[in-house]
Design a protein around this ligand. Structure first.
Ligand code: TMP
Length: 238
């Protein structure tokens, strides 16, 4: 095993992670915090060990996706809370894939949460806290220069592959992948999947009971938040 690279200056702090430079300009260290926010940080709290669970679960998902040919920023996990990643120029378009109606889709379109979609739906959001990440169409991203048509095609195809791979894997572990959010970035001309894949960024429902095993327990004050995160990690590790 290589020795761990030294953490240099922190150049970015988001709601859930801090990013540090390393001596290699192509590599960054992501530090996973326990801080939890919802509704664009209007609601704040902490979820004990969330950073540890999200780091480990993201590692397992990124390794699985890489094995299946999806290109990601993941290099290796360094310790409980740190992951070595390729440095990305983030595309400011968040991608949400939905298999079942929930959350903002239920609200926006007046549909019942839990309604199965006939086929997965891919949505784009403009990554902009000041605007509360508005839903956009592909042409908005292209006309304002956030991504090219070619990049959006790559992103769309990759997001659908991720949905296929993770839905199948989770189904075998008694979990429904309801929806999830992905972020992508550019690295030496390639589009790589970035960020994290964890109960903060996905909706996971137990197949038998439909119990929510994700951040909706925090967003909606459902209780047993930590229990749900650990239960999900246990299933993904099994
Ligand atoms: P939504 O139904 O609130 O639009 O969320 C869709 C999915 O995206 C859900 O799995 C949670 C995830 N998500 C994030 O990862 N970050 C966010 O800021 C939001 C709003 C949702």
């Amino acid at each position: 095993m290589d020795t761990n690279p030294e953490k240099l200056e922190m150049f970015y702090e988001g709601k859930a992670k801090k990013l540090y430079a390393t001596a290699d300009p192509d590599l960054v260290i992501a530090y996973f915090k326990d801080d939890a926010t919802a509704f664009n940080a209007k609601k704040r709290g902490t979820i004990e060990d969330k950073g540890v669970v999200n780091n480990r679960m993201s590692e397992l998902f990124f390794l699985m996706l890489e094995r299946e040919g999806v290109r990601t920023h993941f290099v290796r996990r360094l310790d409980d809370r740190e992951m070595l990643c390729k440095r990305l120029d983030i595309v400011p378009v968040e991608v949400v894939v939905r298999n079942i109606v929930a959350g903002s889709m239920a609200k926006r379109l007046g549909r019942e949460e839990g309604e199965a979609l006939r086929h997965p739906v891919v949505e784009f959001y403009y990554k902009c806290d000041a605007l509360d990440d508005p839903l956009i169409i592909a042409d908005h991203a292209i006309v304002f220069g956030w991504a090219t048509q070619t990049e959006l095609n790559t992103i769309h195809e990759s997001a659908m592959r991720v949905n296929d791979i993770l839905s199948r894997f989770l189904d075998q572990r008694g979990v429904i992948l309801v929806d999830f959010k992905l972020e992508f970035g550019r690295h030496h001309g390639a589009i790589l999947l970035g960020d994290e894949i964890c109960p903060d960024t996905c909706r996971f429902w137990d197949k038998a009971t439909r119990k929510k095993l994700d951040k909706d327990r925090f967003r909606r004050d459902l209780g047993d938040v930590e229990g749900a995160y650990h239960e999900m990690l246990r299933r993904v590790e099994s």
